[in-house]
Write a protein that binds this ligand. Structure first.
Ligand SMILES: NC(=O)C1=CN([C@@H]2O[C@H](COP(=O)(O)OP(=O)(O)OC[C@H]3O[C@@H](n4cnc5c(N)ncnc54)[C@H](O)[C@@H]3O)[C@@H](O)[C@H]2O)C=CC1
Ligand SMILES: O=C(O)C1=NCCCC1
Length: 346
């Protein structure tokens, strides 16, 4: 039925094309668009239904279907004059034992399909592991800016970052946050120390590209030591029981909760949730996927960006980045746009 074969963009090409300023800008557009009620045809707006998933219990596997549409949005750092419309569908699996295979595979494996928004035809297939990693960090960077750095004047100086879990997500969050924000120290914890040591080495080699070039990196054998001085924390493990407790963290801390795919809230203890203000990427995700968490959700981060809800100043904040189809859509759109631009210049 399609006249042309879809374009195929590989993981390696995605890595070459994405940049942090573009991913940050796109993520902010997506988080803002999902919460805004459209009042005119030219205003950005987005929709994504709750994502269905199937569980493969015997294989420790989950598969999610994530469909999203975002229209009338701009990405100045990708194409100054263009107004984008993107229809995307990501299929993503989470097989928690993949790392233990004789030939290890990533736990998360994703593919993003981009469709023509005039005809509905499939245009482009983007290998989606990089998109998933960068867009999750992009959302947390936006959450960190609005829920932490904008919170008060004290937040303007260099900050300490704590990373719990040094896998794909822990790594990309450490890189993204340190690239875009002034981070003077990065503290790493992983269940196996060797993986934290590997990440430390990589981060040291990248320090020249970070906002604070003289960043110091530490590894820790326990979570308490890792987070005790942290201003910003990322939880990116697959732990099904709490690893982060209230008495471990600073009063004014900001936590980006990323990991543990089925029960999204299993990494953080309930008391810490209840004594923090909880924000989500989307109400759609929050109401379905945090239904079993007995703690009220304050707002979508987009509501803070658009100032339709106010942020209390001195508080602990948790940003639950549950994962949005619309952030996949915009980041895959960056890759497609830059890929086609590059191709047309040859
Ligand atoms: N919120 C979102 O949008 C997304 C969430 N995720 C979730 O983030 C988590 C991390 O994903 P990846 O970094 O891709 O996986 P990964 O396998 O690369 O890294 C996970 C890390 O968690 C550690 N870990 C595993 N089980 C643990 C346990 N019981 N206690 C403490 N640490 C444990 C491992 O040592 C590993 O370093 C997963 O739960 C995944 O489902 C992944 C992609 C997007
Ligand atoms: O949003 C995503 O992508 C994912 N979320 C939960 C775990 C699997 C990947």
């Amino acid at each position: 039925m399609c006249e042309n074969r879809p374009t195929f963009i590989t993981e390696a090409q995605v890595e070459e094309l994405l940049t942090w300023p573009a991913v940050y800008e796109a993520s902010e557009q997506a988080l803002q668009s999902i919460c805004e009620k459209r009042t005119s045809d030219s205003q950005p707006s987005a929709k994504q239904p709750p994502r269905p998933f199937v569980e493969l219990e015997r294989r420790n596997g989950l598969a999610f279907s994530m469909l999203g549409y975002i229209e009338n949005y701009r990405m100045q750092s990708v194409d100054q004059g263009k107004v984008f419309d993107t229809l995307a569908h990501k299929i993503v699996t989470a097989f928690t034992k993949n790392g233990q295979l004789a030939k290890p595979l990533p736990v998360i494996i994703a593919t993003v399909f981009l469709f023509d928004t005039m005809t509905g035809q499939l245009k482009t297939i983007v290998e989606g592991n990089g998109v998933t990693a960068w867009r999750t960090a992009g959302s947390c960077m936006v959450g960190t800016k609005y829920l932490y750095f904008d919170r008060n004047e004290k937040c303007k100086s260099d900050k300490v970052l704590g990373i719990l879990g040094c896998g794909v997500q822990g790594r990309i969050h450490a890189i993204g946050i340190s690239t875009m924000f002034p981070i003077s120290e990065i503290h790493l914890w992983n269940r196996s120390v060797a993986k934290a040591a590997e990440l430390k080495k990589e981060l040291e080699s990248l320090a020249g590209t970070f906002k604070s070039k003289h960043v110091k990196i530490f590894i820790h054998e326990n979570v308490r030591d890792c987070v005790k001085t942290a201003d910003i924390i990322v939880t990116a493990t697959q732990s099904t029981s709490p690893i982060l407790f209230e008495d471990m963290v600073k009063e004014n801390v900001h936590i980006n909760a990323v990991g543990a795919s089925k029960d999204h809230h299993s990494e953080i203890d309930l008391k810490l949730y209840r004594n923090s203000k909880l924000y989500v990427d989307s109400w759609t995700g929050g109401k379905t996927e945090l239904k079993s968490l007995d703690c009220p959700i304050e707002a979508e981060v987009g509501e803070i960006i658009t100032k339709s809800k106010a942020l209390t100043q001195n508080q602990r904040t948790i940003f639950h980045s549950l994962g949005m189809a619309v952030t996949d859509a915009v980041v895959a759109q960056i890759a497609e746009t830059l890929y086609l631009k590059k191709k047309s210049t040859f």
